[in-house]
Each structure stands twice: as C-alpha cells, then as structure tokens.
Design a protein around this ligand. Structure first.
Ligand SMILES: Cc1cn([C@@H]2O[C@H](COP(=O)(O)OP(=O)(O)OP(=O)(O)O)[C@@H](O)[C@H]2O)c(=O)[nH]c1=O
Length: 676
C-alpha cells in the first residue's frame, strides 16, 4: 500500500538509497517504494568544528554520501540514477556530536553522557536529482533538510549500561543505541518523529518530495550546477539556495528545516502507480483481470562498496571522459543505453554473485569473521585453508555485495568484518540463519540448474543428469536417498521455515482452529511458530517416516508440547483429523493432477468450517524471486509455482472457497480457503 501518493511519483524512476543502514532500507521499503541500495564510500570525517550547529554537520555528511554515489554510478554501474537519497543520523548532547561508537568503551562513554538527560537526534537528508542533459553530462540538483527529535534517557546503572553494550547493539548506531530495539528500554520520553531517531524522517521526506514533484509555479533559479568535475564542497557552496515560498517556515524556530534548498529542480510528469500488495485481499474467480500479469522488472537491491575507497574527490578525468572511456564511443552512434547495458551486466553477473555467497558460506568466512572480526585476507586465508589471492578476491566480492564490510587498519592493512546482512542471515547459529538453504542451493540446486536447458526442453526435473541417479520417487530417490543429502535438505527447509514461519503463522486470525495438521511439515519449524502465535492450537506434523525420524535434531530446546509428529505418506495414508490443514511449500512440488489427489484427500478429511492454509511463493508477473523459484521447481521437481487464481481454481474444485491471500513481504505468501 503506497501511503503517500507522492512516493508513487518515483515509480519507474531509478531511485537509489546511498546507505548501508538496514533500518533506512526497511523504513523506505515499507512504503512500497522500489529502490536500489548503493552504500556510499564517503568517509564520515568532516571537521565538526566547522559547523555552527550539529544538524549542519549531518546535512553536509548526507550530501557527501549522496553525491558520491550519484557521481560513481555512471562510472561503476554504467547507469545514471534519477534520484539518490543520502542520510546521516547523529546524536547531540551538551553541544557534542555523537556518531557510531568505535568500540565498547566508546559506547560506554556515549551512553554515560546520555544517561538521565535529554538529547537531540538529528537526521540530515539530501535528495539528489540527477539529470542527464543534452550534451550527456549530468546535472545535480540538491534538496536537503534535517529533522530533530528530542529523546530523554532514564538514569542508567553501570550494570544496565554494560549489559546493553555487551548485547552488541550499540556498535552500528549513532549515540550507541537503537531506540527501535533493546535501546528502547533506555528511553523515558520521545518528542518528535520516532523514525527520525531510527534513521530516516519518513514524513518529512514525503513532504519534501511533495514540494519537489508537486509544487506548481515554484520558480527557482534555473542555475544549472556544474557537473562532476566540481568536487563536493565547492559544488555545495556554489549551489544557489532559493527558499521555497510555499514551504518556507521561520527557519530559526522550526525543529525542521523546511527551506527547500535547491538550485533548481525538474518536474516529472505522470507516473504509473507503483505496484502494491494489499494486506489481505480476496482472490476473484476466473475472469479476474487483475494486474498481476503486468511485467515491470523491478530493480534489484544492489549493494556495492569499494574496499579501497578513500575520501571521494572528483575523479581526475571528468565523469563524461571516464564514461566514454568505460563504454567506448558507442554512445556517439546511439549504442546501447547505459541503464540497459547495466541491467544486462547485472543479470549476467547474477550467478557469480550467488556462487560467491555460497562459497564464502561453505568456507565458513562469515562464522570466522563473527568470532574474529577485522582479520586481513592473509589471516582469513590461513583459517579457511585457502590461497591468499583467492581469499582476497572472494572477500572483496562479498564486500561489493554488501555481505562484508572492510576498512583500513591502523597498520595500513585492509581488514574485514561481517555486514548486517551476514550477521542476520549467514551465521550458522543465527536465529534466522539461511545457511542450510544456502548449502542446499550450492550442493543440489546449482548442479540441477546447469541442466536448465534440458529441463526447459523436456519439461522434467534433472536429477539423473545432475547426479547420475534415476529418480522414480521424487523424494525417496533424490532428496532423501542418503543421510547427508536428507539432512542437508531438511536443514534447508528448516532455515526457510524459520525465516518465514512467523509471517505465515500470523498472516490470518487462526484463533478458531484448535487442531492443525502440517502436511509435509518436515522439521516442525512452522508448527512451532503456529503454536507460539496461537496458544490454543495443537499441531501435528505429518511427514514421511524417514523425515520424522530425524526431526528431533531440529526441535527447539524449549519446544512446546503442543507440536507432535506422525509418520505417513499424505498421498497414501489416512490423514490425521484437524480443523486446519497446512501446506507450506508442498503444492509447488507437484503437477496439478497430484495436487488434485491431495486436495481431495484433505477435503474428505475436513468438516464444514475447516480450512486449508497454503504458503507458497506466488507468481504475480512482477517479483523475480517467484518466477525464478518456478524454474527452481522445474529442475528439481514435477511441480511449479502458481498464481493466486490458479490456487483458487484448484481449491474450489474440492469445495473450498472464500479464498484470502496475504503477501507477507518475505519468501512466502499465505493463502487460506474454507471448506464450504
Ligand atoms: C539513534 C539511532 C541510530 N540508529 C542507526 O544509527 C546509524 C547512524 O549512522 P549513519 O552514519 O547515519 O548511517 P550508517 O548506518 O552508518 O549507514 P550509511 O548511511 O551508509 O552511513 C543508522 O544506521 C541508524 O539507523 C538506529 O538504528 N537507532 C537509533 O535509535
């Protein structure tokens, strides 16, 4: 749901968030805005003494971050963005600016200063509008503003301080705290925009977009900024600041800077409504003319950081000269457009990025850097028993993908540490680790995909070509045919269920159902999420004997005794009685004829008011993940991914109706249908 019409003005534009902040990504992503992530290489080392107010420092830093990305993309990504957004969040207390702590002691120093006091959080935001003019150079128009929020901390005891610091949360946050997480326990009062403290003043941002894109008659100087030879500071000072009469407020009193500081701007007219999924919507029967077949290939979220980055200064060559150098003189003869070429390059590089992730995961790079951060390539190579040269390449590739971060150490060595993405999903012991799934993709899916052309020609899975074994029974002869492969597959399914389980378990109000049967529920990860979300529910996981015998390895320590396991084959054996039947990533394994058999068996076991809950990656003509997942099913199984309408059609043939769908925003979408 696009809450603010102005966000839709950006639909179809190449919008780039020049930030590595996971919180900023989440805040913007939740608006439905489509954007790429290209973290800035700008080192936040501006001299704080030169600024008369803390917010000026934040705005100037945000400007450098945004412009660095705006200037780099035509060179490194071969595409000019339309809009680049930079932001910088700082904490100011007693006239001192606090940024991210460098170590635990620094975090202690910061938090001690904040204890029992009110402080200000400023986020400076800069929107850079990039416009490629007729002579192919790029003009930059800047809109900058800041937002202030006041935060009052409680009195913090020493033990609480150190307990919080030891959680690790302070280390990548300004002021050494995260108000949206554990840090919220330190806060007594907030006065102002909460999201501004988290890292992005969304409401103010939307208001600024509204001014830029909707203000009619806003006559600003048409002074065009000199393009990229100018380095950032002189560009900023040469910028003509024209207050926007429509948005003018008394600058000295407002906690917000509503001066629209842009030398000029361009009006964008017309825009498609950005695609959005309603939270819950009914699926219409046949004939539904939903837009789900619209194909607008979304821009991937590409992260790129340059490990060797120094402070950005204008390149020795002008951007245009470099650009010509990079892609030759094709532009003169109307050769391929940069954006299209970049898109093709990104697609061609996709498998290399995947294999880099798989290899780093398999070599244990992320676990190593979690236990021992800031190792250099030689030290990592020694630990993972690999060559220094190869390790260096792999680490730098992971930095470019936003999986690792790096910096220059005190002895001029480049050292590496996990980025937030790695800490969230790539550590073996992380609650939402995708390690199992990554191993499955690397060891099973990757070999199968090398035979994709055969799969497309034959319309069948490729286990025999990939592994040299005939697979009569899809699971028994392939994924379960030996302990190691079975354990790897179960681990993969477990990691997906752990990441998606809560969203599926809470997609609908299931409080009316007291018993559920999770058909093919594998390790029970989703079952446990269901019992956590629904205290009255008991769940039976019904799966093959060979799976049930190994499920114990995956049970959580303090597992609810409302989850039980029962061995059986849902195509052959009698199904356990239940009010709710669950099919999570099951139907996509099978062709329609097998799906009908299973749905008929479920329908025969249902009583009126019973329901079936389906969790799948639903095709919608837009999400690349869903379409690629369908290829995945082609090479791996006899099945496919399906659209909402296809599920509704299959279900209504077995007496299920009132179909509702929730797009959860992660791997899986949830669908519920009731026995009529
Ligand atoms: C006060 C506060 C800050 N933050 C985070 O602190 C970082 C500030 O650093 P930054 O330099 O502005 O951003 P970054 O994370 O270094 O990313 P980048 O934009 O690439 O510099 C941002 O992450 C913010 O969310 C929280 O998550 N919660 C809070 O309560």
């Amino acid at each position: 749901m696009v809450l603010n019409p102005v966000i839709s003005k950006l639909a179809g534009k190449l919008v780039v968030l020049a930030s590595a902040s996971p919180r900023r990504m989440e805040i913007l992503r939740n608006t439905g805005l489509r954007f790429e992530v290209v973290p800035s290489w700008f080192k936040e080392t501006l001299d704080k003494e030169k600024f008369k107010a803390p917010y000026e420092y934040a705005v100037e830093t945000a400007k450098h971050k945004a412009l660095e990305v705006a200037k780099r993309m035509p060179l490194n990504h071969l595409k000019t963005p339309d809009v680049v957004i930079g932001a910088d969040t700082i904490v100011a207390v007693d006239g001192t600016i606090l940024e991210k702590p460098v170590d635990k002691n620094d975090a202690y120093r910061m938090l001690s200063r904040l204890s029992g006091k009110e402080h200000s959080v400023y986020t400076g935001v800069v929107i850079v509008l990039c416009h490629e003019n007729e002579n192919k150079s790029v003009d930059y128009r800047l809109i900058d503003f800041y937002e202030e929020t006041k935060v009052k901390f409680a009195d913090l005891s020493e033990s609480m301080l150190w307990e919080y610091i030891d959680s690790g949360e302070p280390m990548d946050k300004a002021g050494g705290y995260g108000i949206q997480a554990l840090g919220g326990m330190l806060v007594e009062r907030v006065h102002g925009d909460f999201l501004n403290v988290v890292g992005f003043p969304l409401n103010h941002f939307c208001k600024q977009l509204d001014i830029v894109f909707n203000t009619s008659g806003l006559l600003l100087s048409q002074e065009i900024l000199a393009h990229s030879e100018t380095n950032v500071s002189s560009l900023a000072s040469s910028r003509i600041q024209q207050p926007n009469p429509a948005a003018m407020t008394s600058p000295d009193t407002s906690a917000k800077s509503d001066l629209l500081k842009a030398s000029c701007f361009h009006q964008t007219h017309g825009s498609q409504t950005s695609p959005s999924a309603s939270p819950v919507h009914k699926v219409k029967k046949n004939g539904d003319n939903s837009k789900e077949d619209e194909h607008t290939w979304p821009l991937g979220n590409s992260c790129s950081t340059n490990p060797a980055a120094e402070n950005t200064t204008a390149p020795s060559l002008s951007s245009r000269e470099q650009l010509t150098e990079v892609i030759g003189t094709q532009r003169e003869d109307n050769g391929p457009q940069k954006d299209d070429l970049q898109r093709i390059i990104e697609l061609m590089d996709g498998f290399k990025a995947s294999k880099a992730l798989f290899t780093a995961s398999r070599l244990g790079v992320f676990d190593l850097l979690q236990s021992r951060p800031e190792l250099d390539a030689a030290q990592v190579a020694q630990e993972i028993k690999a060559s220094v040269k190869g390790t260096q390449c792999l680490l730098d590739a992971c930095v470019s993908l936003g999986l690792l971060r790096s910096r220059e150490s005190s002895c001029q060595k480049r050292v590496y540490m996990n980025a937030a993405l790695a800490q969230g999903f790539l550590l073996s012991d992380a609650p939402h680790s995708l390690g199992g799934y990554i191993q499955h993709c690397d060891q099973t899916v990757w070999p199968l995909f090398t035979h994709l052309e055969c799969a497309v020609r034959d319309g069948t899975h490729q286990h025999e070509k990939a592994f040299g074994k005939k697979a009569n029974d899809l699971f028994q002869d392939t994924l379960y045919n030996n302990q190691d492969i079975k354990l790897r597959f179960m681990s993969a399914m477990h990691s997906i269920a752990k990441v998606t389980g809560r969203a599926v378990a809470t997609a609908f109000d299931l409080s009316r159902f007291k018993t559920a049967c999770d058909l093919g529920g594998c390790t029970g990860a989703l079952a446990h999420e269901l019992t956590k979300a629904h205290p009255e529910m008991r769940v039976t996981v019904f799966d093959l004997p060979t799976v049930v015998e190994m499920s114990g390895r995956f049970s959580p320590q303090h597992s609810e005794n409302r989850v039980s396991f029962l061995a059986g084959d849902f195509f052959e054996d009698e199904l356990p009685k239940a009010d709710l039947y669950i099919l999570a990533r099951i139907l996509h394994d099978w062709p329609d004829e097998k799906v009908h058999v299973l749905l008929r068996r479920i329908a025969d076991s249902c009583t009126s008011g019973s329901a079936v809950l389906i969790a799948e990656t639903m095709l919608d003509g837009r999400k690349p993940h869903a379409a690629l997942q369908s290829l995945n099913m082609l090479v791996q199984t006899e099945g496919m991914e399906r659209r909402e309408r296809q599920f509704a059609d299959l279900l209504c043939q077995h007496g299920f109706g009132d179909v509702q769908v929730v797009h959860t925003g992660n791997f899986l979408d949830a669908l519920i249908a009731f026995k009529m």
